[in-house]
Design a protein around this ligand. Structure first.
Ligand code: ZN
Ligand code: ZN
Length: 157
């Protein structure tokens, strides 16, 4: 497979439980096969970023249409990694693989970090909330019995 951004041959690399193809010595981009991107976590990104050598002189044309390195003639679609709309990734509509340019992985890591911090803060907030003594409020009940009767049926005749 060749790099969709700079045509350098991609190097297969296994980091943790994920096998990725990186543009080693080229633009430093990373190819993730179907759903591998979802397994990315802190350990993974830290290790992967250390492993990838990048040629700083390698220019990448971000505007160029990129073809999926696996499917060849399928053009990838650019979209945001998450609803935070900070990182854009190229994904293949055919094989669901994803391409990250150099630097995008660390941005995703930062996004994941922020999200975790936010979740932690939310968790702490709710724990505090539930630990508080709160007074149980009861809905007012209608008095028993006393149901207003329906009007008598009209007499037929
Ligand atoms: Zn490349
Ligand atoms: Zn593909």
């Amino acid at each position: 497979m060749n790099c969709p951004a700079c045509d350098n041959p991609l190097t297969e690399m296994t980091v943790g439980q994920v096998t990725i193809d990186v543009c080693q010595g080229g633009c430093g981009g990373i190819w993730f096969d179907n759903f591998e991107l979802k397994k990315v976590d802190d350990d993974f990104t830290g290790a992967a970023l250390l492993l990838i050598e990048r040629d700083d002189h390698q220019l990448v044309d971000y505007e160029r249409r990129r073809h999926c390195p696996r499917c060849g003639d399928v053009v990838m679609m650019r979209h945001f990694f998450s609803d935070r709309r900070q990182v854009e990734v190229d994904t293949c509509p055919h094989c669901a693989g994803a391409w990250l340019d150099a630097g995008e992985l660390s941005m995703i890591r930062r996004e994941i970090h922020e999200k975790q911090q936010q979740e932690e803060a939310t968790r702490l907030y709710f724990r505090k909330f539930f630990e508080q003594d709160y007074v149980k409020t009861r809905m007012p009940q209608p008095p028993p019995g006393d149901v207003p009767g329906s009007p008598p049926p009209p007499s037929v005749g």
